[in-house]
Design a protein around this ligand. Structure first.
Ligand code: SF4
Length: 450
């Protein structure tokens, strides 16, 4: 890229969905001849992709905007917090523009206004810039994840109205990408070296419901825009396929045969959030918790190696001691493999803020600690059972101390890892077989299989 190209700094905050937005914006910026630079002082302007999910994320986003303004001065804000423009304007009246999540065109307009793209005779010969995220993408674009894994966003928005969540008001109702678009993108990613596809959305089980599960053609075969059929298509690509944000609707049973056949990873990320029917009702959660344990048992009978990951909120308004104990009992009975938990914290604009009987801060923290202790025991016991077993793992990095890899049970960033003590010579993106030698509450230690 010419040194005369306008230079953009980019700060990406938030969840994997925001990361995918960042990748799309960066891809478009590059396609239009902007240079992406890693330092504030080298940039002509800075784009900050924000998160607004919980108060801590709002603060982190505001801090990032403040830092960019201080270090650079020309700042364009996008992402979830962009929906609360007044909050940003109040703190930082000097930001150049504020746009919301997935509003790629507005971000690009704001960038054009601040920094007109340079006419580049080479780039201008390139046929029209890619339609971002569409089936006609001419390559895989810019990825912020390492080369060997990628998030595959299958839809935006959500049809649920969980009382603690403001995502539907920020991102709107569910809008699914037609299945052929997703499969074409996945195919390009795999051709580009991606070994693991992480399917993300707000509600993967609901995929396609807005499109009435419309059938589309891919590789000469009809696929419906629906979770099971999407998985069948993805299974054709020969990469690891990992499902996130799956709600326990009955049709989740349909993907079990794909897992047993080794076509998609035996892994489900299901955000249960709680186990007490009354609290779940107050949370307005989808799914039927009464049947959850039964379903988990049936899934495990069908797929013995199934890894279940979940997230929970403790200290939701009105949560009694007995309801909290109910949650701990569920945790012990369900023996989930991976669990994340948060002490409830109000999110501005969420309906749950109006609920009576907030749990005192200290009690919330206390419950969180007890929750994590119970889960650490469950997790340690489950991981201990893996000692002596041979696992296929995907290498993330390697160095003088060995390699860090992940098995089918470990999603990047959020789960544990498998440390390979003799993996110094391995390469990121490589699949190898290892024998597990030791385990702690989260991670495994292993050696290459001789
Ligand atoms: S399912 Fe509930 S928590 Fe998840 S995005 Fe939708 S409304 Fe929010």
């Amino acid at each position: 890229m010419s040194s005369q190209s306008p230079k953009i700094g980019f700060v990406s905050l938030g969840c994997p969905k925001a990361l995918v937005d960042s990748e799309r914006i960066l891809t478009q910026l590059k396609a239009e001849g902007y240079e992406i630079v890693p330092r504030y002082d080298a940039a002509d302007a800075v784009v900050v992709n924000t998160c607004g999910f919980i108060d801590a994320a709002v603060q982190e986003s505001l801090d990032a905007i403040g830092e960019a303004l201080h270090e650079n001065g020309k700042v364009i804000v996008t992402g979830c917090l962009g929906k609360r423009a007044e909050l940003i304007r109040e703190a930082y009246p000097d930001v150049l523009a504020i746009t919301g999540p997935q509003d790629y065109a507005s971000v690009m307009n704001a960038v054009h206004e601040a920094l007109p793209p340079k006419h580049d005779p080479f780039l201008d010969l390139v046929p029209s810039p890619r339609r971002l995220g569409g089936a006609d993408d001419s390559d895989i674009g810019i990825k912020l994840t390492p080369r060997h894994y990628a998030y595959l966003k299958i839809s935006e928005g959500c049809n649920h109205r969980c009382s603690f969540c403001i995502i539907p008001s920020m991102r709107g109702d569910l809008v699914s990408r037609p299945v052929d678009e997703v499969l074409v993108e996945a195919e390009k990613l795999v051709k580009g070296g991606v070994k693991e596809l992480l399917v993300i959305s707000q509600d993967t089980s609901a995929y396609g419901v807005d499109l009435k599960y419309a059938a589309r053609e891919w590789r000469g075969k009809a696929y419906r825009t629906r979770m099971t059929e999407l998985c069948e298509g993805l299974a054709e690509l020969g990469a690891w396929v990992r499902l996130h944000y799956v709600y326990p609707y009955p049709h989740v049973d349909e993907v079990m045969p794909l897992m047993t056949a080794g076509k998609i990873l035996p892994y489900l990320d299901i955000p249960f959030q709680h186990a007490s029917p009354r609290i779940l009702k107050l949370m307005k959660r989808p799914g039927n918790i009464e049947k959850t344990l039964e379903r988990i048992r049936a899934w495990r009978a069908a797929v013995p190696d199934l890894t279940l990951r979940s997230t929970f909120i403790v200290g939701f308004p009105g949560e009694t001691d007995a309801e909290f104990e109910e949650l701990l009992d569920f945790l012990r009975a369900a023996e989930l493999d991976r669990v994340g938990a948060f002490a409830y914290s109000p999110v501005e604009g969420a309906k749950a803020n109006a609920l009576p009987d907030p749990v005192p801060e200290e009690l919330k923290e206390d419950r969180l600690e007890r929750f994590m202790e119970v889960q650490a025991e469950v997790s340690a016991a489950k991981l201990r059972r893996k000692i002596g077993r041979t696992l296929t793992v995907l290498v993330d990095e390697a160095g003088a101390d060995g390699a860090v890899a992940r098995s089918s049970a470990d999603a990047p960033e959020i789960d544990g890892v498998v440390r390979i003590v003799d993996g110094q010579k391995l390469k990121p993106g490589q699949f190898v077989e290892v024998v597990v030698e030791a385990a702690d509450a989260h991670d495994l230690t292993a050696r290459l299989r001789g």
